[in-house]
Design a protein around this ligand. Sequence first.
Ligand SMILES: Cc1cc2nc3c(=O)[nH]c(=O)nc-3n(C[C@H](O)[C@H](O)[C@H](O)COP(=O)(O)OP(=O)(O)OC[C@H]3O[C@@H](n4cnc5c(N)ncnc54)[C@H](O)[C@@H]3O)c2cc1C
Ligand SMILES: *[C@@H]1O[C@H](CO)[C@@H](O)[C@H](O)[C@H]1NC(C)=O
Ligand SMILES: *[C@@H]1O[C@H](CO)[C@@H](O)[C@H](O)[C@H]1NC(C)=O
Length: 459
Amino acid sequence: MSQSISYTYSDSNGVAAAPRRKVAIVGAGLVGSLAALNFAQMGNEVDLYEYREDIRKAELVQGRSINLALSQRGRKALAAVGLEEKVLATAIPMRGRMLHNVRGRTSIVLYDPCTKQCLYSVGRKQLNELLLNACDAFPNISCHFEHKLATANIAEGQMQFRRPNEPQLISASADLIVGCDGAFSTLRQQLVRTPGFNYSQEYISTGYLELCIPAKDGEFQMPPNYLHIWPRDSFMMIALPNQDKSFTVTLSMPFELFAELKTHQQLLDFFRQHYVDALPLIGEQQLIKDFFKTRPQHLLSVKCKPYHFADKALILGDAAHAMVPYYGQGMNAGMEDLTLLSSILSQQLPLDVALAQFTESRWRDAYAICDLAMYNYVEMRDLTKRWSFRCRKWLDTTLFRLFPRRWVPLYNSVSFSSMPYSQCIANRQWQDKLLGRLMTFTLLASLIAGGAIYARRLR
Ligand SMILES: Cc1cc2nc3c(=O)[nH]c(=O)nc-3n(C[C@H](O)[C@H](O)[C@H](O)COP(=O)(O)OP(=O)(O)OC[C@H]3O[C@@H](n4cnc5c(N)ncnc54)[C@H](O)[C@@H]3O)c2cc1C
Ligand SMILES: *[C@@H]1O[C@H](CO)[C@@H](O)[C@H](O)[C@H]1NC(C)=O
Ligand SMILES: *[C@@H]1O[C@H](CO)[C@@H](O)[C@H](O)[C@H]1NC(C)=O
Protein backbone atom coordinates (compact mmCIF):
# COMPACT_ATOMS: atom_id res chain seq x y z
CA MET A 1 0.00 0.00 0.00
CA SER A 2 2.90 2.36 0.57
CA GLN A 3 4.50 3.35 -2.68
CA SER A 4 8.21 3.76 -2.87
CA ILE A 5 9.70 6.95 -4.17
CA SER A 6 11.96 6.75 -7.17
CA TYR A 7 14.44 9.37 -8.22
CA THR A 8 15.91 10.46 -11.49
CA TYR A 9 19.51 11.58 -11.53
CA SER A 10 20.63 11.09 -15.07
CA ASP A 11 20.95 13.81 -17.67
CA SER A 12 19.79 11.39 -20.32
CA ASN A 13 16.12 12.27 -20.08
CA GLY A 14 16.76 15.98 -19.90
CA VAL A 15 16.52 16.22 -16.11
CA ALA A 16 19.58 17.78 -14.56
CA ALA A 17 21.44 15.37 -12.33
CA ALA A 18 21.32 16.26 -8.64
CA PRO A 19 24.72 17.52 -7.62
CA ARG A 20 26.61 14.96 -5.57
CA ARG A 21 27.18 16.36 -2.15
CA LYS A 22 29.22 15.33 0.78
CA VAL A 23 26.61 14.85 3.49
CA ALA A 24 27.54 14.25 7.13
CA ILE A 25 24.87 12.67 9.27
CA VAL A 26 25.37 12.95 13.00
CA GLY A 27 23.73 10.14 14.98
CA ALA A 28 23.11 6.62 13.68
CA GLY A 29 19.92 5.98 15.64
CA LEU A 30 16.63 5.12 13.95
CA VAL A 31 16.32 8.41 12.11
CA GLY A 32 20.02 8.93 11.34
CA SER A 33 20.52 5.51 9.76
CA LEU A 34 17.36 5.95 7.70
CA ALA A 35 18.53 9.43 6.68
CA ALA A 36 21.83 7.95 5.51
CA LEU A 37 19.94 5.54 3.26
CA ASN A 38 17.81 8.35 1.84
CA PHE A 39 20.73 10.65 1.10
CA ALA A 40 22.75 7.81 -0.43
CA GLN A 41 19.79 6.78 -2.57
CA MET A 42 19.74 10.34 -3.90
CA GLY A 43 23.32 9.95 -5.01
CA ASN A 44 25.22 11.72 -2.25
CA GLU A 45 28.40 10.73 -0.47
CA VAL A 46 27.36 10.02 3.09
CA ASP A 47 29.41 9.91 6.27
CA LEU A 48 27.44 8.60 9.22
CA TYR A 49 28.91 9.54 12.61
CA GLU A 50 27.74 7.84 15.80
CA TYR A 51 28.73 8.50 19.39
CA ARG A 52 28.25 4.92 20.62
CA GLU A 53 30.05 1.82 19.48
CA ASP A 54 28.48 -0.25 16.71
CA ILE A 55 25.38 -1.71 18.38
CA ARG A 56 25.75 -4.82 16.24
CA LYS A 57 28.95 -5.60 18.10
CA ALA A 58 27.72 -4.42 21.49
CA GLU A 59 27.09 -6.92 24.24
CA LEU A 60 23.56 -8.29 24.40
CA VAL A 61 21.50 -7.22 27.38
CA GLN A 62 19.30 -10.22 28.06
CA GLY A 63 15.54 -9.82 28.22
CA ARG A 64 15.67 -6.04 28.09
CA SER A 65 14.92 -5.41 24.48
CA ILE A 66 13.29 -2.02 24.44
CA ASN A 67 10.52 -1.86 21.91
CA LEU A 68 8.53 0.70 20.00
CA ALA A 69 5.18 0.91 18.26
CA LEU A 70 5.63 1.30 14.52
CA SER A 71 2.66 2.73 12.61
CA GLN A 72 1.76 4.01 9.16
CA ARG A 73 4.17 6.93 8.89
CA GLY A 74 7.21 4.90 9.87
CA ARG A 75 6.13 2.06 7.59
CA LYS A 76 5.82 4.39 4.63
CA ALA A 77 9.31 5.79 5.19
CA LEU A 78 10.76 2.28 5.54
CA ALA A 79 8.98 1.23 2.34
CA ALA A 80 10.72 4.08 0.50
CA VAL A 81 14.07 2.40 1.18
CA GLY A 82 12.69 -1.06 0.51
CA LEU A 83 12.72 -2.24 4.13
CA GLU A 84 9.06 -2.28 5.19
CA GLU A 85 8.46 -5.98 4.51
CA LYS A 86 11.65 -6.98 6.24
CA VAL A 87 10.76 -5.01 9.37
CA LEU A 88 7.16 -6.24 9.50
CA ALA A 89 8.30 -9.85 9.11
CA THR A 90 9.60 -9.89 12.67
CA ALA A 91 7.27 -7.28 14.19
CA ILE A 92 4.35 -8.22 16.45
CA PRO A 93 0.97 -6.77 15.44
CA MET A 94 -1.02 -5.08 18.20
CA ARG A 95 -4.69 -4.83 17.27
CA GLY A 96 -5.87 -2.72 20.17
CA ARG A 97 -5.50 -1.69 23.75
CA MET A 98 -6.03 -4.28 26.44
CA LEU A 99 -7.03 -2.38 29.56
CA HIS A 100 -6.30 -3.90 32.98
CA ASN A 101 -8.39 -2.56 35.88
CA VAL A 102 -7.34 -2.52 39.55
CA ARG A 103 -8.89 -5.90 40.18
CA GLY A 104 -6.94 -7.35 37.26
CA ARG A 105 -9.94 -7.66 34.96
CA THR A 106 -9.25 -6.90 31.31
CA SER A 107 -11.23 -5.37 28.48
CA ILE A 108 -10.30 -4.74 24.88
CA VAL A 109 -10.60 -1.57 22.84
CA LEU A 110 -9.63 -2.31 19.24
CA TYR A 111 -7.73 0.43 17.40
CA ASP A 112 -9.55 -0.03 14.19
CA PRO A 113 -12.51 -2.41 14.13
CA CYS A 114 -13.45 -1.14 10.66
CA THR A 115 -10.38 -1.53 8.48
CA LYS A 116 -8.41 -3.68 10.94
CA GLN A 117 -5.16 -1.75 10.86
CA CYS A 118 -2.81 -2.29 13.76
CA LEU A 119 0.36 -1.05 15.39
CA TYR A 120 3.51 -3.16 15.23
CA SER A 121 5.82 -3.75 18.16
CA VAL A 122 9.42 -3.66 16.94
CA GLY A 123 12.65 -4.03 18.87
CA ARG A 124 14.66 -0.81 18.82
CA LYS A 125 17.93 -2.68 18.56
CA GLN A 126 16.76 -5.05 15.81
CA LEU A 127 15.36 -2.17 13.76
CA ASN A 128 18.51 -0.10 14.19
CA GLU A 129 20.66 -3.09 13.22
CA LEU A 130 18.59 -3.75 10.14
CA LEU A 131 18.97 -0.12 9.05
CA LEU A 132 22.74 -0.19 9.69
CA ASN A 133 23.08 -3.42 7.70
CA ALA A 134 21.26 -1.72 4.83
CA CYS A 135 23.74 1.19 5.15
CA ASP A 136 26.65 -1.27 4.84
CA ALA A 137 25.25 -2.43 1.54
CA PHE A 138 25.65 1.09 0.10
CA PRO A 139 29.15 1.75 -1.20
CA ASN A 140 28.65 5.47 -0.63
CA ILE A 141 27.84 5.38 3.06
CA SER A 142 30.78 5.28 5.46
CA CYS A 143 29.95 4.59 9.10
CA HIS A 144 32.13 6.06 11.83
CA PHE A 145 31.29 4.69 15.25
CA GLU A 146 32.63 6.07 18.52
CA HIS A 147 32.68 9.55 16.99
CA LYS A 148 30.97 12.05 19.23
CA LEU A 149 30.27 15.44 17.69
CA ALA A 150 31.92 17.93 20.07
CA THR A 151 31.59 21.19 18.16
CA ALA A 152 30.56 22.31 14.71
CA ASN A 153 31.00 25.44 12.68
CA ILE A 154 27.90 25.08 10.56
CA ALA A 155 28.54 28.10 8.33
CA GLU A 156 31.87 26.55 7.33
CA GLY A 157 30.67 22.95 7.28
CA GLN A 158 33.34 21.99 9.82
CA MET A 159 32.93 19.40 12.57
CA GLN A 160 35.07 18.19 15.43
CA PHE A 161 34.63 14.73 16.90
CA ARG A 162 35.79 13.22 20.13
CA ARG A 163 36.88 9.57 20.16
CA PRO A 164 37.23 7.42 23.26
CA ASN A 165 40.69 7.55 24.82
CA GLU A 166 41.94 10.04 22.28
CA PRO A 167 42.91 13.47 23.58
CA GLN A 168 42.92 15.07 20.11
CA LEU A 169 39.66 16.01 18.46
CA ILE A 170 39.18 14.74 14.91
CA SER A 171 38.17 17.24 12.22
CA ALA A 172 35.89 16.54 9.31
CA SER A 173 33.99 18.62 6.80
CA ALA A 174 30.83 18.32 4.73
CA ASP A 175 28.68 20.32 2.32
CA LEU A 176 25.64 19.58 4.44
CA ILE A 177 25.52 18.51 8.11
CA VAL A 178 22.37 16.66 9.16
CA GLY A 179 21.79 16.36 12.91
CA CYS A 180 19.93 13.20 13.85
CA ASP A 181 21.52 13.21 17.28
CA GLY A 182 18.39 12.95 19.38
CA ALA A 183 16.58 15.01 22.00
CA PHE A 184 19.82 16.51 23.38
CA SER A 185 21.22 17.25 19.94
CA THR A 186 24.65 18.86 19.80
CA LEU A 187 23.99 20.18 16.30
CA ARG A 188 20.80 21.88 17.51
CA GLN A 189 22.90 23.68 20.12
CA GLN A 190 24.73 25.31 17.23
CA LEU A 191 21.44 26.32 15.63
CA VAL A 192 20.14 27.74 18.91
CA ARG A 193 22.89 30.35 18.64
CA THR A 194 21.84 31.55 15.21
CA PRO A 195 19.61 34.64 15.14
CA GLY A 196 15.91 34.02 14.52
CA PHE A 197 15.97 30.47 15.87
CA ASN A 198 13.00 29.73 18.16
CA TYR A 199 13.45 27.06 20.74
CA SER A 200 11.46 25.76 23.69
CA GLN A 201 11.69 22.65 25.80
CA GLU A 202 9.49 21.24 28.48
CA TYR A 203 10.13 18.49 31.00
CA ILE A 204 7.03 16.80 32.37
CA SER A 205 6.88 15.99 36.07
CA THR A 206 6.41 12.33 35.21
CA GLY A 207 9.26 9.86 34.93
CA TYR A 208 9.39 6.35 33.55
CA LEU A 209 11.10 3.13 34.39
CA GLU A 210 11.31 -0.11 32.43
CA LEU A 211 10.39 -3.52 33.82
CA CYS A 212 9.98 -6.89 32.17
CA ILE A 213 7.39 -9.65 32.05
CA PRO A 214 9.53 -12.61 30.98
CA ALA A 215 8.37 -15.51 28.83
CA LYS A 216 7.16 -18.53 30.77
CA ASP A 217 7.74 -22.04 29.45
CA GLY A 218 8.61 -20.44 26.13
CA GLU A 219 5.26 -18.65 25.90
CA PHE A 220 3.86 -15.16 26.35
CA GLN A 221 2.29 -14.65 29.78
CA MET A 222 -0.42 -12.34 28.39
CA PRO A 223 -2.15 -12.17 25.00
CA PRO A 224 0.59 -10.83 22.70
CA ASN A 225 -1.39 -8.93 20.08
CA TYR A 226 -2.33 -5.97 22.24
CA LEU A 227 -0.79 -2.92 23.77
CA HIS A 228 -1.49 -3.57 27.45
CA ILE A 229 -2.44 -0.56 29.58
CA TRP A 230 -3.01 -0.25 33.31
CA PRO A 231 -4.53 3.26 33.56
CA ARG A 232 -4.51 4.63 37.13
CA ASP A 233 -5.39 8.36 36.86
CA SER A 234 -2.20 10.14 37.80
CA PHE A 235 0.01 7.24 36.77
CA MET A 236 -0.05 4.20 34.53
CA MET A 237 1.81 1.21 33.21
CA ILE A 238 1.98 -0.13 29.67
CA ALA A 239 3.46 -3.29 28.13
CA LEU A 240 4.48 -4.13 24.56
CA PRO A 241 5.29 -7.64 23.33
CA ASN A 242 8.81 -8.68 22.29
CA GLN A 243 9.98 -11.21 19.74
CA ASP A 244 11.37 -13.44 22.55
CA LYS A 245 7.85 -13.70 24.07
CA SER A 246 8.59 -11.34 26.91
CA PHE A 247 6.92 -7.95 27.42
CA THR A 248 8.69 -4.70 28.04
CA VAL A 249 6.75 -2.87 30.73
CA THR A 250 6.94 0.89 31.15
CA LEU A 251 5.87 2.32 34.47
CA SER A 252 5.08 6.05 34.23
CA MET A 253 4.36 8.18 37.27
CA PRO A 254 5.12 11.48 38.95
CA PHE A 255 8.61 11.65 40.43
CA GLU A 256 7.14 12.27 43.91
CA LEU A 257 5.36 8.93 43.72
CA PHE A 258 8.54 7.16 42.66
CA ALA A 259 10.28 8.78 45.64
CA GLU A 260 7.66 7.41 48.03
CA LEU A 261 8.56 3.84 47.15
CA LYS A 262 11.71 3.46 49.21
CA THR A 263 11.58 -0.05 50.61
CA HIS A 264 10.92 -3.46 49.10
CA GLN A 265 7.75 -3.71 51.17
CA GLN A 266 6.42 -0.35 49.98
CA LEU A 267 7.04 -1.36 46.38
CA LEU A 268 5.29 -4.71 46.73
CA ASP A 269 2.35 -3.14 48.56
CA PHE A 270 2.04 -0.55 45.82
CA PHE A 271 1.95 -3.23 43.13
CA ARG A 272 -0.50 -5.38 45.11
CA GLN A 273 -2.78 -2.38 45.36
CA HIS A 274 -2.55 -1.09 41.80
CA TYR A 275 -1.15 -3.80 39.54
CA VAL A 276 -2.31 -6.98 41.23
CA ASP A 277 -2.42 -9.03 38.03
CA ALA A 278 0.95 -7.86 36.74
CA LEU A 279 2.88 -8.54 39.94
CA PRO A 280 3.04 -12.34 39.65
CA LEU A 281 3.88 -12.06 35.94
CA ILE A 282 6.84 -9.75 36.59
CA GLY A 283 7.80 -11.74 39.69
CA GLU A 284 8.34 -10.14 43.10
CA GLN A 285 12.10 -10.65 43.26
CA GLN A 286 12.60 -9.47 39.69
CA LEU A 287 10.43 -6.42 40.30
CA ILE A 288 12.49 -5.42 43.33
CA LYS A 289 15.71 -5.95 41.41
CA ASP A 290 14.64 -4.01 38.30
CA PHE A 291 12.87 -1.22 40.16
CA PHE A 292 15.76 -0.32 42.42
CA LYS A 293 18.46 -0.91 39.81
CA THR A 294 17.81 2.34 37.91
CA ARG A 295 16.39 5.76 38.57
CA PRO A 296 13.26 6.85 36.75
CA GLN A 297 14.09 8.63 33.49
CA HIS A 298 13.00 12.14 32.55
CA LEU A 299 10.77 12.92 29.58
CA LEU A 300 11.31 15.92 27.37
CA SER A 301 9.33 17.75 24.70
CA VAL A 302 11.15 20.05 22.28
CA LYS A 303 9.78 22.50 19.75
CA CYS A 304 12.01 24.61 17.54
CA LYS A 305 12.10 26.42 14.23
CA PRO A 306 13.65 26.60 11.67
CA TYR A 307 15.13 23.13 11.15
CA HIS A 308 17.81 24.33 8.76
CA PHE A 309 20.61 26.85 8.39
CA ALA A 310 21.05 28.10 4.81
CA ASP A 311 22.18 25.13 2.70
CA LYS A 312 24.59 24.02 5.40
CA ALA A 313 22.75 22.31 8.23
CA LEU A 314 19.52 20.50 9.02
CA ILE A 315 18.07 18.72 12.05
CA LEU A 316 15.65 15.80 11.89
CA GLY A 317 13.88 13.41 14.26
CA ASP A 318 14.11 13.96 18.01
CA ALA A 319 16.78 16.62 17.45
CA ALA A 320 14.08 18.72 15.77
CA HIS A 321 11.00 17.63 17.68
CA ALA A 322 11.43 15.41 20.73
CA MET A 323 8.09 14.54 22.30
CA VAL A 324 6.72 12.64 25.27
CA PRO A 325 6.19 9.01 24.22
CA TYR A 326 2.47 8.71 24.82
CA TYR A 327 1.28 8.73 21.23
CA GLY A 328 3.95 6.28 20.07
CA GLN A 329 4.83 8.72 17.30
CA GLY A 330 8.37 9.98 18.03
CA MET A 331 10.13 7.55 15.72
CA ASN A 332 7.26 7.57 13.24
CA ALA A 333 7.37 11.36 13.01
CA GLY A 334 11.16 11.32 12.65
CA MET A 335 10.92 8.81 9.83
CA GLU A 336 8.15 10.84 8.21
CA ASP A 337 10.54 13.82 8.17
CA LEU A 338 12.49 11.83 5.60
CA THR A 339 9.46 11.07 3.45
CA LEU A 340 8.78 14.80 3.23
CA LEU A 341 12.43 15.78 2.79
CA SER A 342 12.96 13.26 -0.01
CA SER A 343 9.94 14.49 -1.89
CA ILE A 344 11.12 18.11 -1.61
CA LEU A 345 14.71 17.28 -2.55
CA SER A 346 13.53 15.34 -5.60
CA GLN A 347 12.23 18.61 -7.06
CA GLN A 348 15.85 19.65 -7.62
CA LEU A 349 15.50 23.15 -6.19
CA PRO A 350 18.59 24.98 -4.94
CA LEU A 351 19.41 23.33 -1.61
CA ASP A 352 18.82 26.39 0.59
CA VAL A 353 15.38 26.84 -0.99
CA ALA A 354 14.58 23.17 -0.54
CA LEU A 355 15.61 23.18 3.13
CA ALA A 356 13.59 26.33 3.79
CA GLN A 357 10.63 24.63 2.18
CA PHE A 358 11.18 21.63 4.44
CA THR A 359 11.03 23.80 7.57
CA GLU A 360 7.97 25.63 6.30
CA SER A 361 6.13 22.41 5.42
CA ARG A 362 7.05 20.60 8.60
CA TRP A 363 7.00 22.83 11.67
CA ARG A 364 3.23 23.06 12.19
CA ASP A 365 2.91 19.31 12.05
CA ALA A 366 5.86 18.78 14.36
CA TYR A 367 4.39 21.21 16.89
CA ALA A 368 1.02 19.47 16.48
CA ILE A 369 2.33 15.98 17.26
CA CYS A 370 4.23 17.30 20.30
CA ASP A 371 0.91 18.71 21.55
CA LEU A 372 -1.00 15.54 20.68
CA ALA A 373 1.54 13.41 22.53
CA MET A 374 1.08 15.58 25.61
CA TYR A 375 -2.69 15.24 25.28
CA ASN A 376 -2.58 11.47 24.87
CA TYR A 377 -0.67 11.23 28.12
CA VAL A 378 -3.87 12.37 29.85
CA GLU A 379 -6.04 10.16 27.69
CA MET A 380 -4.07 6.99 28.31
CA ARG A 381 -3.70 7.18 32.07
CA ASP A 382 -7.09 8.65 32.78
CA LEU A 383 -9.71 8.94 30.07
CA THR A 384 -9.50 5.36 28.79
CA LYS A 385 -11.23 4.33 32.00
CA ARG A 386 -14.12 6.75 31.71
CA TRP A 387 -17.52 6.11 30.24
CA SER A 388 -17.47 9.36 28.31
CA PHE A 389 -14.31 8.19 26.55
CA ARG A 390 -15.79 4.80 25.71
CA CYS A 391 -19.01 6.43 24.48
CA ARG A 392 -17.02 8.76 22.25
CA LYS A 393 -14.93 5.83 21.05
CA TRP A 394 -18.11 3.92 20.21
CA LEU A 395 -19.61 6.92 18.41
CA ASP A 396 -16.36 7.48 16.50
CA THR A 397 -16.19 3.84 15.48
CA THR A 398 -19.83 3.77 14.39
CA LEU A 399 -19.48 6.92 12.32
CA PHE A 400 -16.19 5.66 10.88
CA ARG A 401 -17.93 2.45 9.86
CA LEU A 402 -20.76 4.40 8.21
CA PHE A 403 -18.56 7.06 6.59
CA PRO A 404 -15.06 5.60 6.30
CA ARG A 405 -13.86 8.49 4.15
CA ARG A 406 -15.60 11.33 5.91
CA TRP A 407 -15.21 10.38 9.56
CA VAL A 408 -11.71 9.29 10.55
CA PRO A 409 -11.27 9.33 14.36
CA LEU A 410 -8.26 11.22 15.73
CA TYR A 411 -6.26 8.18 16.82
CA ASN A 412 -6.75 6.53 13.45
CA SER A 413 -5.76 9.62 11.49
CA VAL A 414 -2.55 9.91 13.52
CA SER A 415 -1.55 6.25 13.57
CA PHE A 416 -3.04 4.75 10.44
CA SER A 417 -2.90 7.52 7.88
CA SER A 418 -0.43 10.06 6.58
CA MET A 419 -2.76 12.98 7.15
CA PRO A 420 -0.57 15.90 8.29
CA TYR A 421 -0.60 15.99 12.10
CA SER A 422 -1.96 19.55 12.22
CA GLN A 423 -4.82 18.47 9.98
CA CYS A 424 -5.55 15.55 12.34
CA ILE A 425 -6.15 18.13 15.07
CA ALA A 426 -8.28 20.35 12.81
CA ASN A 427 -10.25 17.28 11.76
CA ARG A 428 -10.94 16.39 15.38
CA GLN A 429 -12.04 19.96 16.16
CA TRP A 430 -14.47 19.82 13.26
CA GLN A 431 -15.82 16.49 14.55
CA ASP A 432 -16.17 17.83 18.09
CA LYS A 433 -18.09 20.84 16.81
CA LEU A 434 -20.40 18.66 14.75
CA LEU A 435 -21.04 16.26 17.62
CA GLY A 436 -21.65 19.21 19.92
CA ARG A 437 -24.25 20.58 17.52
CA LEU A 438 -25.78 17.17 17.11
CA MET A 439 -26.13 16.81 20.87
CA THR A 440 -27.66 20.27 21.24
CA PHE A 441 -29.99 19.50 18.38
CA THR A 442 -31.02 16.16 19.91
CA LEU A 443 -31.51 17.80 23.28
CA LEU A 444 -33.58 20.64 21.79
CA ALA A 445 -35.58 18.24 19.65
CA SER A 446 -36.42 16.06 22.62
CA LEU A 447 -37.32 19.12 24.70
CA ILE A 448 -39.66 20.35 21.97
CA ALA A 449 -41.14 16.90 21.49
CA GLY A 450 -41.56 16.53 25.26
CA GLY A 451 -43.14 19.98 25.43
CA ALA A 452 -45.51 19.15 22.62
CA ILE A 453 -46.64 15.94 24.30
CA TYR A 454 -47.08 17.75 27.60
CA ALA A 455 -49.08 20.54 25.93
CA ARG A 456 -51.32 17.99 24.22
CA ARG A 457 -52.01 16.30 27.57
CA LEU A 458 -53.02 19.62 29.08
CA ARG A 459 -55.54 20.19 26.37
C1 LIG B 1 10.02 5.36 26.74
C2 LIG B 1 9.92 5.74 25.29
C3 LIG B 1 9.04 5.04 24.47
C4 LIG B 1 8.92 5.37 23.11
N1 LIG B 1 8.03 4.69 22.33
C5 LIG B 1 7.88 5.02 21.03
C6 LIG B 1 6.96 4.31 20.20
O1 LIG B 1 6.29 3.38 20.65
N2 LIG B 1 6.84 4.69 18.91
C7 LIG B 1 7.56 5.73 18.38
O2 LIG B 1 7.39 6.03 17.20
N3 LIG B 1 8.44 6.41 19.15
C8 LIG B 1 8.62 6.09 20.44
N4 LIG B 1 9.52 6.76 21.22
C9 LIG B 1 10.29 7.86 20.62
C10 LIG B 1 11.52 7.34 19.89
O3 LIG B 1 12.31 6.61 20.76
C11 LIG B 1 12.30 8.50 19.33
O4 LIG B 1 11.46 9.41 18.69
C12 LIG B 1 13.35 8.01 18.34
O5 LIG B 1 14.26 7.18 18.96
C13 LIG B 1 14.05 9.19 17.69
O6 LIG B 1 15.08 8.73 16.87
P1 LIG B 1 16.32 9.65 16.58
O7 LIG B 1 17.17 8.84 15.68
O8 LIG B 1 15.87 11.00 16.17
O9 LIG B 1 17.04 9.86 17.98
P2 LIG B 1 17.72 8.78 18.93
O10 LIG B 1 17.03 7.48 18.85
O11 LIG B 1 17.88 9.43 20.25
O12 LIG B 1 19.17 8.58 18.28
C14 LIG B 1 20.15 9.58 18.37
C15 LIG B 1 21.49 8.95 18.06
O13 LIG B 1 22.47 9.97 18.02
C16 LIG B 1 23.59 9.58 18.79
N5 LIG B 1 24.21 10.82 19.29
C17 LIG B 1 23.76 11.65 20.26
N6 LIG B 1 24.58 12.69 20.42
C18 LIG B 1 25.59 12.52 19.54
C19 LIG B 1 26.77 13.27 19.22
N7 LIG B 1 27.07 14.41 19.87
N8 LIG B 1 27.58 12.80 18.25
C20 LIG B 1 27.29 11.66 17.57
N9 LIG B 1 26.20 10.91 17.83
C21 LIG B 1 25.35 11.34 18.80
C22 LIG B 1 23.04 8.71 19.88
O14 LIG B 1 24.02 7.85 20.41
C23 LIG B 1 21.94 7.96 19.13
O15 LIG B 1 22.41 6.80 18.52
C24 LIG B 1 9.68 6.43 22.58
C25 LIG B 1 10.56 7.13 23.40
C26 LIG B 1 10.68 6.80 24.74
C27 LIG B 1 11.64 7.57 25.60
C1 LIG C 1 29.29 6.46 -5.25
O1 LIG C 1 30.35 7.37 -5.38
C2 LIG C 1 31.14 7.22 -6.53
C3 LIG C 1 32.25 8.24 -6.47
O2 LIG C 1 32.92 8.10 -5.26
C4 LIG C 1 30.29 7.38 -7.77
O3 LIG C 1 31.07 7.15 -8.93
C5 LIG C 1 29.14 6.41 -7.73
O4 LIG C 1 28.29 6.63 -8.81
C6 LIG C 1 28.37 6.56 -6.44
N1 LIG C 1 27.36 5.54 -6.35
C7 LIG C 1 26.08 5.80 -6.14
C8 LIG C 1 25.17 4.63 -6.05
O5 LIG C 1 25.66 6.92 -6.01
C1 LIG D 1 9.27 32.74 16.85
O1 LIG D 1 8.18 32.87 17.73
C2 LIG D 1 7.54 34.14 17.65
C3 LIG D 1 6.49 34.19 18.73
O2 LIG D 1 5.68 33.07 18.73
C4 LIG D 1 6.97 34.32 16.26
O3 LIG D 1 6.34 35.57 16.15
C5 LIG D 1 8.10 34.21 15.23
O4 LIG D 1 7.59 34.28 13.92
C6 LIG D 1 8.83 32.90 15.41
N1 LIG D 1 9.98 32.84 14.54
C7 LIG D 1 10.14 31.87 13.66
C8 LIG D 1 11.42 31.87 12.89
O5 LIG D 1 9.31 31.01 13.48
